[in-house]
Design a binder for this molecule. Structure first.
Ligand SMILES: [Zn+2]
Length: 244
């Protein structure tokens, strides 16, 4: 049986803004989930909606998202359709078995691992003039000086600004004449540091891959998945999240 290597659907819960800085290395603010119903907790959807123009990985065998209605309220008294998509289309997480044999597939990952603290590293000033920008260990260091140590088991989001290109597949994948893609990603050094020294939950990015577009050997995937970490790709609305 084919084992799923990705899953769509990502949410973020924010209970506070500046007060969270103090407690970031401790436990999450009390009552975060209870606060959803009362409106005290702000909920940010981090997933893009899908349609036939949604960017997909432009590799051999990959296909665009396709949706078809097979009945309608007029014809069959119900509205229903079916869809066809690649596992890695749209906002999704990469399970560790995506790159590394013997690591967990989506169906084997405990649901509790889906609830983690999130931090955002804003590198838009670096990516604006450099589509091939790699987030460095120095970027992590600077962020820690400004906002405190990256907490254990955090999902580390790289905010590149690429999400503003989401509705234009050509600009989002940004291929040159030779077909080489150009979008930012995590450097292997930063990934190594975050995995080994900060024991993160995984890496996230608002672009097609956590490794930059030019990559041919996907070192950040291999490092993170080799350590059993989950990664999020094509994340939406990172600008709506507090930095911690
Ligand atoms: Zn993926």
């Amino acid at each position: 049986m084919k084992q799923l290597a990705s899953l769509a659907g990502v949410l973020f819960l924010a209970g506070c803004q500046s007060a969270c800085m103090r407690s970031q290395a401790e436990s999450p603010p009390a009552g975060l989930l209870e606060g959803i119903a009362s409106g005290r907790t702000r909920v940010v959807a981090l997933s893009h909606a899908l349609n036939s123009k949604t960017p997909h990985w432009p590799g051999e065998g990959n296909r665009p998202f396709k949706y078809e209605y097979f009945t309608s309220l007029e014809r069959g008294h119900v509205l229903e359709g079916h869809f066809n998509m690649d596992e890695h289309t749209g906002t999704h997480f990469d399970a560790p078995n995506h790159f590394v044999a013997g690591q967990l597939s989506v169906d084997k990952i405990p649901a509790a691992r889906m609830f983690v603290p999130v931090i955002v590293i804003d590198v838009r000033s670096k990516t604006a003039g450099n589509a091939d920008y790699l987030l460095t260990a120095a970027d992590v260091d600077n962020r820690e000086k400004a906002h405190g140590r990256v907490p254990s088991n955090a999902m580390v989001m790289m905010y590149t600004g690429w999400e503003t290109r989401w509705n234009d597949f050509a600009r989002y994948k940004n291929a040159d004449r030779k077909g080489v893609l150009h979008f930012p990603g995590f450097s292997p050094e930063a990934t190594k540091f975050l995995v080994a020294q900060r024991n993160i939950a995984g890496l996230g990015i608002d672009a097609l891959s956590i490794d930059y577009g030019k990559s041919e050997d996907f070192p950040s995937h291999l490092i993170s998945h080799g350590s059993g970490k989950l990664n999020l790709e094509n994340v939406a609305n990172l600008g709506d999240l507090p930095p911690v």
